[in-house]
Ligand binder design. Structure first.
Ligand code: ADP
Length: 662
């Protein structure tokens, strides 16, 4: 959550600046549109003003022509007055017409019939200076001259702004008098200007300083006023014609352009609003998604099952921490890795490659999973159970395979242990049976053996008494009989020892010289050695310390080891020598021990067999029982000694066991 604050702030700032920009843009557009409209109005008004000025000028010029016509009406007062009166009826803008002589003395005058005499209140002399001014201009210009305007108060309390026009009267090029016409300024506006113009705006004459002289036109309609001014220059007088136009205060929608712009702005604001809402919705979805993702990640990280996803080309696209831990590779090393995967044992690459090809061809793996062997980074192999399922993406297409991988090596180890102990149990049961059998046999064989021994003795006695012709033959027969008796006795002893051993009776331990032990087994060893073509080498000093042991059983051990050694050399061994050696064991402290060594040059013992050698019933021979070594070890261990074996370079095996010194 730490990063949310500045991020959302930034987002708000962005939205705010977008809004400000939008408002500025729309404001500028509206203002420009307004400005455009104002300038349009102003242009139109400037045109109107100049049109109005030219209208007035034309009117004035036409009036000058009418007055010039009046001058030809005659030199006497009566026809002039008649003519003047008719002119005044046609021209409402004129208040009065005067005929003056060269000295400006009034010769004749006629007032307009449309209003009561304008000057009745103030008298005509009231505006004499203006008449003089106008006529002096007219005289100077030999044409129409105008006076400045004058305010003439009226009897009803109101007033009139008037202006005089003076026209020189020439007779054969000689000045003979003046015609003076008095204009009412507001009548000029009424009569000379286009009614259309007056309908929508107010027209007025002003002085240069803005003082309003006369005005006419529409009443004020609206708050906003547009003004246009135009100079009206007349000989002797200059006035300003001013047009005022009112508009209903700055229109919100002055024209189509502004309306369009405003509508677009509103639409834009609407779209922005929608966008903002969409954005908010997206943000909500985004945060929901982030939550879901975090949840999923926590779940995957806490799993002990390894997860692995591969694409359709077999490249690894995803692995969880449990998988990395299982195989010992980092996710960096695994991600994107194709076939063969680094955790495939090299010897399995071919088989796994084929399995992979099958999978990619669309063959679904069995639901109950596939057992496989993987290799950790350190080379250790371990058994895994893999469950695979197709990986389907959002559009329903298969993009690869998802696998759950279980490390079952520990489980397998336990199964193996239990199997081994089961086997041991069975072996023990069989051993027990063998023991029973041995007891039974020893019991059953004792009597025939005793019978053999006594028959042998009887035969020897009879041989003594009988007359023997050949003393040499008699001695040989006697020897043979003696041997038969000895071996029958020995067989009886063996049977008794085995019987005792199986019954776990206390064995009778006796002190015996090692040499004696060897000598006792020698006849039987030599017999077999002769048969197998083996040379027997015995190395045993006669002064060695005695050992404390059950002699029959130890002799049996020596016999067993020798027989195994000779059988190992049976085949293609070049030098068949069996070495029997007795020495004091140097390495074992606290008690003095003797070591018996049986060495051969046979085929040796393969490494994988070494562990099983002492297991009861383990044998590699066709008629073997697999009980010899097991029995030997038990016998030696019952004496407190150790039976072990090691290679005998360059060829063969050395078996050795220790026995306590007496
Ligand atoms: P058996 O002699 O009946 O097979 P043992 O317990 O005496 O049973 O021997 C078990 C196995 O140990 C033999 O089958 C043989 O493979 C192996 N073995 C014993 N001694 C030797 C030896 N000196 N050299 C090579 N292999 C031996």
């Amino acid at each position: 959550m730490r990063w949310t604050v500045p991020r959302s702030l930034g987002r708000w700032a962005l939205w705010l600046s977008l809004l400000v920009l939008l408002v500025c843009m729309v404001g500028t557009l509206v203002w420009l549109a307004g400005r455009y409209e104002v300038s349009q109005v102003e242009n139109r008004m400037a045109e109107d003003a100049s049109d109005a000025v030219s209208d007035i000028r034309n009117g004035l010029t036409r009036n000058v022509q009418s007055l010039q016509a009046l001058q030809f009406a005659g030199q006497s007062a009566a026809p002039w007055e008649q003519e003047a009166a008719s002119l005044l009826r046609e021209h409402r803008e004129w208040l009065r017409l005067e005929w003056r002589d060269v000295q400006l003395q009034l010769k004749s005058e006629v007032d307009t019939p449309f209003r009561s005499a304008a000057f009745s209140h103030m008298g005509t002399m009231f505006q004499m200076p203006e008449v003089v001014q106008a006529c002096s201009v007219a005289q100077r210009q030999s044409g129409p001259g105008y006076s400045a305007s004058t305010y003439v108060p009226q009897a009803n309390g109101q007033g009139l702004e008037v202006m005089n026009l003076c026209l020189p009267v020439l007779n054969n090029g000689e000045l003979v008098g003046f015609t003076v016409a008095t204009y009412a300024l507001n009548e000029i506006l009424i009569n000379f200007l286009n009614a259309q113009l007056l309908r929508s705006q107010e027209v007025s004459f002003t002085e240069a300083d803005g003082t309003r002289l006369a005005m006419h036109g529409a009443v004020q309609r609206g708050a906003r006023v547009f003004t246009a001014k135009q100079l009206l220059t007349l000989p002797g007088n200059t006035m300003v014609l001013r047009l005022d136009s009112w508009r209903a205060a700055p229109d919100l929608f002055p024209n189509v352009l502004t309306a369009l712009v405003t509508m677009m702005a509103i639409a834009l604001a609407g779209v922005m609003g929608l966008l903002a809402r969409d954005m908010r919705r997206r943000q909500r979805v985004e945060s929901d998604l982030a939550d879901a993702l975090a949840f999923r990640k926590a779940m995957e990280d806490s799993l002990v099952t390894g997860l692995r996803a591969r694409d359709n080309q077999g490249r690894i696209t995803y692995i969880n921490p449990a998988f990395c831990e299982m195989v010992g590779f980092t996710s960096k090393e695994l991600l994107g890795h194709g076939i063969p995967a680094p955790y495939w044992p090299p010897e399995m690459v071919d088989e796994y490659g084929k399995r992979q090809a099958l999978r990619l061809a669309g063959n679904a793996p069995p639901r109950e999973g596939v057992e496989s062997v993987f290799m950790r980074k350190n080379g250790e192999r371990f058994t895994v159970l893999i469950f695979e399922a197709p990986l389907i993406n959002a559009t329903g297409q298969q993009t690869g395979w998802m696998s759950a991988v279980l490390d079952v090596s520990e489980q397998r180890r336990i199964e193996e242990l239990s199997r081994a102990s089961q086997e041991r149990l069975q072996a023990t049961a069989r051993l027990a049976t063998v023991g029973e059998m041995a007891s039974l046999l020893s019991h059953e064989l004792n009597q025939p053996l005793a019978a053999i021994a006594s028959y042998a003795t009887g035969s020897m006695n009879l041989l003594h008494e009988a007359t023997v012709t050949d003393p040499q033959l008699a001695s040989s027969l006697n020897d043979a009989m003696q041997r038969i008796g000895q071996q029958a006795e020995r067989a009886g002893k063996v049977i008794k020892s085995v019987h005792d051993f199986v019954r776990r009776r206390d064995q009778s331990r006796v002190e015996v010289a090692p040499r004696t032990l060897l000598d006792n087994v020698m006849p039987l060893v030599a017999l077999q050695a002769r048969k197998l073509g083996v040379r027997v080498e015995v190395r045993c000093a006669s002064d060695l310390p005695h050992v404390l042991c059950d002699r029959t059983m130890v002799e049996q051990v020596l016999l067993n080891l020798s027989r195994n050694a000779m059988q190992a050399m049976q085949d293609d061994t070049p030098y068949k020598t069996l070495t029997l050696l007795v020495r004091t064991a140097p390495t074992i402290p606290s008690q003095q021990w003797m070591e018996f060594v049986v060495a051969d040059q046979g085929h040796g013992i393969a490494e994988d067999l070494a562990e099983k050698l002492f297991t009861p019933f383990f044998t590699t021979k066709e008629e073997g029982m697999g009980l010899g070594l097991s029995l030997c070890r038990t016998v030696v261990e019952q004496h407190g000694g150790v039976l072990q074996h090691s290679p005998n370079p360059p060829r063969g095996t050395v078996f050795s066991f220790t026995l306590p010194q007496a």
